[in-house]
Design a protein around this ligand. Structure first.
Ligand code: GCO
Length: 440
């Protein structure tokens, strides 16, 4: 890597990110069924119909995983607390689930790792999916109750709490594009989910403030979006796509409004009196988490349903996901977010990383492409800091190869290789390179 820890401001945090369902093994510890278990069991939804029942068996191996995180010289670890593990039916507490997260947080602290918690990284209990999930307003209040229960147990020891991970994925990708659980392609359900997921954020944040928590925020994903050609229709399609993907959530949170380009499609299907919720949704946050992966080029397609747009991957080199590697997009988002929305508010890059078809050969995983990827995105982060953006930390996605949702176990994002037959962990060359770069 072409940087050292002291190229970053003092106190800048280096970490790695994971999510409960993707690594823990949801069959253990009395966790309840989630909508991902049932979605994975539906025809053609997930590669080989794989689910998170075993995943990386982090439930039993977390000590080893956190040892590896500490040994890499990291400062922080981003994880999620599964709602369905803590409350298997979404309403009643599973003491074993609370004990697990209690022990997990202590294990981080024992290793000098700051716990960065995410409350919802998509582990929706099936019992609540039965009632309509995020299309149902009641789910927001239930989420508030979950927030109370988990915070009463571990809130005294976590460094940061993000309410929701990637609301665009929760709402649009899952209820309009149908690629993630619950797999709907329905504009009414999508419009409701687009709003309710933010109401859930606002509800949880209010509960956290009632408990005096002052380290709270949300994690949003941003995709660099450009028109594919000079056609004015493409410019329009790109602007609408940008409004849905990149502006909807941050504008709601920081300005209490939704972009008109996006409301054009959603407004007729929004829940009644949604305007009354905007004050709760736009309460101040303490930090913003930014997930950034790639760039999309957008063309107009008047024959397609609203938003009359088709997105393609950009022209540059691709990862195993087929996503273009485009580090400049990270720099420009960090600047845009500071300039247009959050000003001096601390920003953390809470996810950035790439999948590659990694193999262990003679005990080594030589992932040079990932080393360059990380180096280039940390350079983009450094540039944003030089431009004056208040970026306080960077979390690589992900610590481990894991369950990549609809792609099953096929896409390897980890700094650490996981053999899904034996569950053996093998740190990749990128792990060692990052370790050397961030050594004190
Ligand atoms: C997301 C999630 C992660 C993914 C990662 C790679 O962005 O979808 O936060 O759970 O695994 O982003 O796709």
């Amino acid at each position: 890597m072409n940087f050292q820890r002291n190229d970053f401001p003092t106190g800048f945090l280096f970490g790695a990110a994971t999510a409960a369902y993707q690594i823990e093994g949801h069959q253990f510890g009395g966790a309840g069924s989630t909508h991902w278990d049932t979605f994975a069991a539906g025809p053609g939804n997930v590669v080989r119909a794989e689910n998170g029942a075993l995943a990386c068996d982090h439930y039993h191996r977390f000590a080893e995983d956190l040892d590896l995180t500490r040994d890499a010289g990291m400062d922080a670890y981003r994880f999620s607390t599964s709602w369905a593990r803590v409350m298997p039916d979404g309403r009643n507490v599973n003491p074993e689930g609370l004990d697990f997260y209690d022990g997990l947080v202590d294990a981080m602290l024992e290793r000098g790792l700051q716990p960065f918690q995410t409350l919802y990284h998509w582990e929706l209990p099936s019992a609540l999916a039965d009632k309509g999930g995020w299309a149902n307003r009641d789910t927001c209040a239930y989420f508030g109750d979950f927030t109370d229960v988990i915070t009463d147990r571990i809130g005294d020891r976590v460094a940061s709490i993000a309410t929701i991970n990637e609301p665009w994925c929760v709402a649009y990708l899952s209820h309009f594009l149908g690629h993630h659980a619950p797999g709907l392609r329905d504009i009414r359900a999508a419009s409701r989910a687009m709003h309710h997921i933010l109401l859930a954020h606002g509800t949880a944040l209010a509960r956290l403030r009632d408990k005096g928590m002052s380290n709270c925020g949300i994690v949003l994903n941003f995709d660099h979006t450009e028109p594919n050609d000079a056609d004015p229709d493409a410019t329009q399609a790109a602007a609408t796509t940008d409004a849905i993907f990149n502006r909807w959530f941050i504008e709601a949170i920081t300005k209490g409004s939704y972009p008109t380009e996006a409301l054009e499609g959603f407004a007729p299907h929004m829940p009644e009196n949604w305007q009354d919720d905007m004050e709760l949704i736009s309460q101040p946050i303490d930090s913003l988490g930014v997930n950034y992966y790639t760039r999309h080029m957008v063309s107009a397609d008047q024959g397609a349903v609203w938003p009359h747009a088709v997105s393609e991957d950009g022209p540059g080199d691709k990862t195993q996901m087929g996503w273009e590697i485009y580090p400049d997009g990270l720099r420009s988002f960090l600047s845009r977010l500071a300039h247009d929305y959050v000003g001096e508010l601390p920003i953390y890059v809470t996810e950035n990383g790439m999948a590659w078809n990694d193999h262990v050969k003679d005990g080594v995983v030589d992932d040079q492409t990932r080393i360059r990827f990380i180096d280039d995105h940390l350079a983009a982060t450094r540039h944003a800091i030089t431009d004056g953006v208040n970026v306080r930390g960077f979390f690589y996605w992900s610590l481990l190869d894991n369950y990549e949702w609809a792609f099953g176990y096929e896409k390897r994002f980890g700094l650490i290789h996981v053999d899904f037959e034996t569950l053996k962990r093998t740190p990749k060359a990128s792990y060692h390179a990052l370790k050397s770069a961030i050594a004190r």
